[in-house]
Design a protein around this ligand. Sequence first.
Ligand code: EPU
Length: 293
Amino acid sequence: MNWSNGFETICRTDVPLRQYTWYQLGGSAKWLCEPRSEAELCALLVRIREAGLPWRVLGRGANLIVRDGGFDGVVIRLSDPVFSRMRVDGEALDAGAGADFQKLIRDSFDHDRVGLELLAGIPGTLGGVIRMNAGGRYGQIADFVRRVRIVRSEGALETRFAREVGFGYRRTELDGCVVIGAELKLASGDGAAARERYREIWNEKFQTQPPVAKRSAGCVFKNPPGDSAGRLLDEVGMKSARVGGAVVSDRHANFIVAQRSACASDVLRLIDIARDRVWSATGVRLELEVEVW
Ligand code: EPU
C-alpha cells in the first residue's frame, strides 16, 4: 500500500520548492502535502510516522535553503485558510500558524493592540517565527507568546505555555512538532502610533540590510554571544565575496544574496568559506541560523 492512500487530494509528488522559498533555489520535495484541517494534519502525521518518512514543515521559506537535490521526504504546508485565522479577545491575540507574520502585526494595530511593531520586517509565517524564536534588535517573538498550540509527531494536539516551549536565542524545543497556532499577549494602545513605529523600524532595518526584494534568507549565521556575526564576517573581508551566483551583501556581511544564475550549492559553498575564514581569523565557530534541507 502506498503510504499516502486516502490523502491524494492534499498530497502532490515531486514538487519544486524554489517557488516557495525566498532564495528561489534548490530541488523538489518528494511529496508536498497541504492538509485542510487540524484533524487531517493529525491523521497525516500518524501516517507519515507509520511509514517512517522524514518530514518538514514549510512556512514562507524565508529562512531556508533547499539543496539542489531537493528533499526526499514529506513537506507539509499549512496553506489552507483554516490555519491562518486570527481573533482578538481582550489582550490576547489568537492566530493560526499559517498566518503571514507581517500581516498579522499590521492587523493587530487595527484592533489597537500594540507591541509587535518591534518585530517589523521579520518575514515568515507565525508558525515559522515561533519555531525559531525569530527576532531582531528590539525583541523576539518569545516576548509576546502566552501559549503555543502544536501537534506532536504521533498526531496528538497539545497546548504549551510559553515557559514549556524552551525559547532561547533563535531556538525552541519544538523540533519534531508542528506549530498550529499561538496565543500572543498584546497590550491595548494606540494602533496608529504603533503603525508609525513599525514603519520607522522597517526603514531603519532596510537601510542596513539588502532590500527585501533581493533573494536571500536574512542572516545566515546566528550571532555568537556578545558579538555580531555580520561584524565578524565584515572584518574578515567577506563583503562582496562570491561563489557562482551567490554573493555576500555589500551592506551587511551576514546576508548572502542569490543572483539569477545561482544554485543552492553556490550558497552552501560560500557559507563554508565564510565560516572557515572567521574560524581561522578569530577562533569563533559560527553557527547557522538558516535551515538547510
Ligand atoms: N556590522 C558590521 N558589518 C556588517 C554587519 C554589521 O560592521 O556587515 C556591525 C554593525 O555596524 C553593528 C553591529 O555589527 O555595529 C551589529 O549589526 P546589526 O545592527 O546589523 O545587527 P546584527 O546583530 O548583525 C541582528 C539580527 C538581524 C536583525 C538585526 C537588526 C541575528 C543573527 N541578526 O543583526 O536578524 O535584522 O539584528 O534588528 O540575530 C535574521 O535573523 O535573519 C536577521 C537578519
